[in-house]
Design a protein around this ligand. Structure first.
Ligand SMILES: Cc1cc2nc3c(=O)[nH]c(=O)nc-3n(C[C@H](O)[C@H](O)[C@H](O)COP(=O)(O)OP(=O)(O)OC[C@H]3O[C@@H](n4cnc5c(N)ncnc54)[C@H](O)[C@@H]3O)c2cc1C
Ligand code: FES
Length: 264
């Protein structure tokens, strides 16, 4: 039996820029995961960091990571090329409660590099389209170059209403300008039938919370994917503790009424 806690070498099948600061790493490995779970991906000599698979959970040949260049590990990943190897362990964490979502309208809200688990969830929802009501994806990026789902939008639009917006347009941008929170005005939301899934920057989540409350969506129907610094990924090091919960074991997906809402 494979040891889930042991880093496995995985080959990079494709690596490309999705935006000036984010690269897609396509990894040649079948990963059985639930959207919302994460892996710890690493490079010998640099360390490991958590990333949420962005590809369809039904994909059997590979899985994709979207990596924003930030600190040590992600910068090292950005310097790699096709054929290089990284290490992966996991998947860890709980993932989205897909059974609870069944039969309901789904509103996904995401900003910037919060999109990977939402992208994977979108693929799942499309594959099982008849199990759900209306599906919306509201996605905001700082500018058009930072939209990470450009290649998916046309395909997704056939099954999901995708609403994009940017904070700062470029001269050739013909789409919406403004915060992702504005997009709710374009949706038909029945508060009793809708579950909301959020993954993105703290200020976006905080602003969205107010709007969702004002239209009558209770915290029990809101799910959020939390990001914390992690080390072990298996509930031993306490790096990811938030109150009495560990993000690596109890999350990263939490019901909105379970979390500490002090967003920075
Ligand atoms: C469940 C989960 C899923 C995630 N999924 C993704 C994902 O799909 N894609 C993604 O890109 N990220 C994702 N993250 C976030 C990612 O794991 C973190 O950003 C991680 O810290 C990156 O590791 P790193 O070694 O590159 O950065 P770190 O070295 O840990 O640095 C993190 C941040 O601190 C800043 N920093 C580092 N060193 C310094 C310094 N000396 N001075 C000032 N600032 C500094 C960096 O600029 C960076 O923004 C996820 C996190 C969690 C918990
Ligand atoms: S990452 Fe070590 S306890 Fe969660």
């Amino acid at each position: 039996m494979k040891n889930l806690y042991q880093p496995q070498p995985v080959k990079i099948e494709k690596i490309e820029f999705l935006s000036p600061s984010v690269k897609l790493l396509r990894l040649k490995k079948r990963l059985n995961f639930v959207p919302g779970q994460f892996v710890l991906a690493g490079l010998w000599g640099y360390g490991e960091a958590p990333f949420g698979p962005a590809s369809s959970p039904y994909q059997k040949q590979y899985f994709d990571l979207m990596v924003r260049k930030g600190g040590t590990v992600s910068a090292a990943f950005h310097s790699l090329k096709k054929g290089d190897e990284i290490t992966v362990r996991g998947p860890y964490g709980n993932g989205f409660p897909l059974d609870f979502f069944k039969g309901k309208d789904i509103l996904m809200v995401s900003g910037g590099c919060g999109i990977p688990p939402i992208a994977s969830l979108t693929e799942y929802l499309i594959k099982n389209r008849e199990d759900f009501g209306r599906i919306y994806l509201a996605y905001g990026a700082t500018n058009p170059d930072e939209i990470l789902i450009k290649d998916m939008v046309d395909r997704w639009q056939k099954s999901v209403k995708v609403l994009l917006t940017v904070d700062a347009p470029t001269p050739d941008w013909r789409g919406r300008v403004g915060f992702v929170t504005e997009l709710i005005k374009e949706m038909k939301v029945n508060p009793l039938d809708t579950v909301v899934v959020m993954c993105g920057p703290g200020p976006m989540v905080a602003a969205m919370e107010k709007i969702l409350k004002s239209i009558g969506i209770t915290d029990r129907r809101i799910f959020i994917s939390e990001e914390r610094k992690m080390q072990c990924g298996i509930g031993k090091c306490q790096h990811c503790a938030t109150g009495e919960k560990y993000v690596c074991l109890d999350g990263p997906v939490f019901n909105y009424d379970e979390i500490d809402k002090n967003f920075d």
